[in-house]
Write a protein that binds this ligand. Structure first.
Ligand SMILES: NC(=O)c1ccc[n+]([C@@H]2O[C@H](COP(=O)([O-])OP(=O)(O)OC[C@H]3O[C@@H](n4cnc5c(N)ncnc54)[C@H](O)[C@@H]3O)[C@@H](O)[C@H]2O)c1
Length: 367
């Protein structure tokens, strides 16, 4: 069986956890592999994934071997697998466009992005790298608000004829015009905005579904999130947040018995707390009415390391995209998008999406 060749845009904390995980699970057996939703998908294990191309814009990452770049500042996620061997893949300079928000200049280098002064590539050069590296799939890990940069790399994936996994909330899979372009080339696409393994979104959705199933009317709710990584620092620029708020809010609204009025639901990244590093803390409050119209409320605090939480899902999304490529299936992969992403083209409950993704993996479901 072939390896799965991935190209990665944005060698930040999420890419770090993913790449560490590929090595971490190499010497494990199915029985002692903690933290995976699937040990094998279509015969592929996590260690069958190979990074064959990587792009970033930070001077501490560009020009480095990707297995060293994942530990460079400002990355701050947990190191659970160190001493990685050199991969032989050098991080190439990417096209900056709107990947770098102006306010990031106002922070100390150890916390923020520092653009390299290397020459930026043209679309043709990125496409050539993707083709020459024999990448099967391009993963997008750009900062929130990178509208132009995301479209640039999605265009490169289309031009190179490879699959695309959109881990962040610029709408590509859930934008019918973009999805149609991938379908027209029979290239698989999964997106948008990865839904962490056990994070704020899936917890809030599951509780919302529970209210619905137990006949409790949800009147209002909030989900506040704080963290200290560059994702949270970048999101201090509120003008970059529009699609992130839509993605996170819609993920919860879509499993309600009745949608809440906008003023009764508040979901979003809330603040940047530098000392939290990659630890994300989420506070959820839900107010409702149960039997006899009697009020109740629920308060929850969830503390997770943000980036391994997303990598535990990316590792499955990658293998599903490869399965689709092997089967000659292109366009939106609905089941993986619904199970793995916050803002898929079509929302399902997580129970439904789980069944759909199992059927997809077993080859007997719709895509
Ligand atoms: N952690 C999670 O659970 C989670 C969940 C859902 C979505 N996401 C999204 O995934 C994305 C990545 O998250 P992260 O924590 O790895 O972010 P990060 O800030 O650690 O990494 C972003 C990387 O992109 C690089 N970059 C910026 N502009 C670029 C460009 N034009 N070309 C190439 N590289 C560029 C930066 O230098 C940095 O290395 C974010 O949009 C985040 O919101 C993360």
């Amino acid at each position: 069986m072939n390896a799965i060749n991935i190209a990665v845009v944005g060698i930040g904390n999420c890419a770090s956890s993913l790449i560490q995980g590929i090595y971490y699970y190499k010497d494990k057996q199915a029985e002692d592999a903690i933290g995976l939703m699937h040990w094998e998908i279509g015969g592929y294990k996590p260690s069958d994934i190979r990074v064959v191309a990587a792009f970033d814009i930070d001077k501490r990452k560009v020009g480095q071997d990707v297995n060293a770049a994942i530990f460079a500042k400002p990355n701050c996620t947990a190191v659970f697998c160190d001493n990685l061997p050199a991969s032989g893949v050098t991080v190439k300079m990417g096209k900056i466009l709107d990947g770098f928000s102006g306010h990031m200049k106002d922070y100390e280098e150890q916390y923020t992005f520092v653009p390299a002064d290397a020459l930026e590539p043209t679309e043709e050069e990125v496409v050539r790298t993707l083709k020459e590296s024999k990448a099967d799939i391009l993963l997008n890990y750009l900062p929130v608000g990178s509208e132009d940069a995301t479209r640039f790399y999605a265009e490169c994936a289309l031009e190179a004829g490879i699959a695309f996994i959109n881990n962040m909330p610029v709408f590509i899979a859930s934008n019918p015009a973009w999805a149609q372009r991938f379908a027209a080339k029979n290239l698989p696409i999964i997106g948008d905005d990865i839904k962490a393994q056990l994070g704020a979104t899936i917890t809030h959705r599951t509780l919302t579904d529970l209210f619905k199933k137990r006949g409790v009317k949800l009147d209002r709710t909030y989900q506040l999130n704080t963290g200290g990584n560059t994702d949270f620092l970048n999101m201090l620029n509120r003008s970059r947040l529009a699609s992130k708020k839509v993605s996170k809010t819609e993920a919860v609204q879509s499993v309600m018995a009745q949608r809440l009025d906008a003023h009764n639901i508040h979901v979003g990244p809330s603040d940047y707390v530098p000392w939290q590093n990659d630890n994300k803390v989420c506070f959820i409050r839900m107010e409702g009415k149960l039997f006899g119209d009697v009020p109740m409320n629920l308060e929850l605090r969830l503390s997770v390391e943000d980036s391994p939480n997303s990598a535990g899902v990316a590792i499955d999304a990658i293998r599903c995209a490869k399965l689709a490529l092997n089967r000659g299936e292109g366009g939106i992969l609905h089941a993986p998008s619904a199970y793995f992403c916050k803002h898929p083209p079509q929302q399902y409950t997580d129970d439904e999406a789980y069944q759909m993704v199992q059927a997809f993996i077993n080859g007997n479901g719709h895509e």
